[in-house]
Design a protein around this ligand. Structure first.
Ligand SMILES: [Zn+2]
Length: 172
């Protein structure tokens, strides 16, 4: 009887709120199941890295993000003779997503380094990009962790992140 009751409660919760399960790489949003194919995301990031403009560092990076519409958007790093104004691959991927009307719709992200010998290594987003990802995906967005070899949510990458809710502190 208890099991039936718990199952019923779970189904009601699932129907109205959905749930997240980072361990399975599956994120359920609203009433729609969205499977995240991390291999597809990684492949897209590798393809994006082919366009990298990184002649100063040789650090060839590609990033891919998944939006709630199910589309994958990509970017690559763009360096500059004035080193400090270089753009990370995640910047390009977010821009690609936003220009498609998907601002604030980030579900998942991955970034890779394409080494000279062709080896692909998953890397972590820099601090600035963590803020960028947090803006568009909130605390629940998932980013693949090379250290833990699984996706972790933005609550891990940017604990107590500063977001649009923080600006509400100004309201009286
Ligand atoms: Zn970055």
């Amino acid at each position: 009887m208890m099991i039936i009751l718990l199952t019923f409660i779970f189904k009601i919760y699932y129907l109205f709120f959905g749930f997240e399960c980072a361990d399975l790489g599956i994120r359920v949003m609203e009433d729609k199941l969205l499977e995240i194919n991390w291999e597809d995301l990684k492949r897209a990031a590798v393809e994006a890295a082919a366009g990298s403009y990184s002649k100063y560092s040789g650090f060839v990076v590609g990033a891919a993000v998944l939006a709630k519409n199910g589309q994958i958007y990509t970017g690559t790093n763009v360096e500059n003779a004035a080193y400090g104004v270089g753009l990370c691959a995640e910047c390009g991927a977010i821009s690609d997503m936003v220009k498609d009307g998907q601002a604030l719709q980030l579900v998942a992200a991955i970034a890779i380094l394409l080494k000279r010998d062709g080896e692909v290594v998953v890397i972590t987003p820099c601090g600035r990009c963590r803020q960028l990802l947090f803006e568009h995906g909130g605390a629940g967005a998932l980013v693949w962790s090379p250290k833990f070899e699984k996706p972790l949510d933005m609550d891990y990458w940017l604990p107590e992140g500063f977001g649009s809710d923080s600006l509400k502190l100004l309201a009286v």
